[in-house]
Design a protein around this ligand. Structure first.
Ligand SMILES: NC(=O)c1ccc[n+]([C@@H]2O[C@H](COP(=O)([O-])OP(=O)(O)OC[C@H]3O[C@@H](n4cnc5c(N)ncnc54)[C@H](OP(=O)(O)O)[C@@H]3O)[C@@H](O)[C@H]2O)c1
Length: 289
């Protein structure tokens, strides 16, 4: 049995969709089975036979985490450790999801899995602590680092842009942070393949779409492509580029956090779709609704 933790979020809901599509039995939980409480997890899993645990649950509000450090660490570090402890007890394989925000972004080349980490924000620090907790508890694990994630299930940049572009006359977006968007369905498909193949070497893997962009160029593409598909009115907000210093978000973010996907692509013998193609597919899926 597969236990999918965080099954209603951006990523979890896409994994759930794939598992349902293929009739693979799984149990999915959200925050009502709180990963910060070890005894709750023990009680929930007592009558289950777990082979895989996929932990998509996290405290993901990057700015709010700056003022909510305790809860961010509780979910992202203690929660990750608790998932690893349960995996160890069951002899189950753990797939734990992490983030490009474990890096400081002081580079201009795509980051490999063994690039040095140096998170800038509370969120990044708590996720890095979660990675360490998983590595302390388990000899064998999968840590999948993704970036700029979006999908149907949760709050994310694409859905926010689709909303604010309708509501406001002017939207300012940061133009000096580079990264790669990740459509949750593409990342879910990679996780699904790891489970299906059953013999993928353990370790840390980076996974996002291919290519790179800035938040501003990403927003322009969302506006243009959503406009073509009728998801936005003909006349909507003007996008204005600004620097991260001008934008002054509560949390500091890496200036460059493009992940190298070479390892996951070589291991699974796949290529990751280009971020723009995947964005178009995602917007099409919204039109189908
Ligand atoms: N979003 C991004 O841009 C991004 C980028 C890089 C990496 N990541 C990582 O990717 C993973 C998935 O992110 P996402 O965007 O899919 O997350 P999300 O949409 O915010 O969903 C988080 C899920 O976790 C659950 N959850 C939160 N606190 C919990 C707790 N204490 N116990 C149990 N479940 C809890 C939520 O349950 P409820 O539905 O009940 O609230 C929800 O199902 C996370 O590890 C995140 O750090 C995300």
């Amino acid at each position: 049995m597969i236990w999918l933790i965080g099954c209603n979020g951006n990523l979890g809901s896409e994994i759930a969709w794939l598992l349902k599509r293929d009739g693979i039995p799984f149990c999915g939980t959200d925050s009502s089975v709180d990963i910060t409480e070890y005894e709750t997890l023990k009680a929930y899993t007592a009558d289950k036979s777990l082979e895989w645990i996929v932990n998509c649950a996290a405290y993901t509000d990057v700015d709010k985490a700056e003022d909510d450090r305790e809860r961010a660490f509780s979910v992202n570090e203690t929660g990750a450790r608790n998932c690893a402890l349960i995996a160890r007890e069951f002899g189950a394989r753990l797939i734990h999801i992490s983030t490009d925000y474990v890096f400081d972004g002081n580079t201009a080349v795509p980051l490999s899995e063994d690039a040095p980490v140096n998170p800038l924000s509370v969120y990044g620090k708590s996720k890095e602590a979660g990675e360490q907790a998983v590595r302390e508890v388990l000899d064998d694990y999968y840590i999948i680092r993704t970036s700029w994630l979006y999908g149907r299930g949760g709050q994310n940049f694409v859905n926010t842009m689709l909303r604010v572009l309708k509501e406001r006359p002017l939207v300012k977006v940061v133009c000096n942070q580079k990264g790669t968007p990740a459509w949750a369905r593409d990342i879910a498909s990679v996780i699904f393949q790891i489970i299906e193949k059953d013999d993928v070497p353990f370790g840390t893997y980076n996974c996002s779409n291919s290519g790179e962009t800035t938040w501003y160029d990403f927003a322009c593409t969302i506006s243009e492509e959503a406009g073509k598909k009728g998801l936005l009115p003909l006349s909507c907000a003007v996008l204005e580029a600004c620097t991260s210093e001008e934008y002054a978000a509560r949390a500091k973010r890496p200036a460059y956090s493009v992940l190298s996907k070479e390892k996951i692509c070589r291991t699974l013998e796949i290529s990751m779709p280009d971020w723009k193609d995947s964005l178009i597919c995602y917007l099409e899926s919204l039109c189908d609704d």
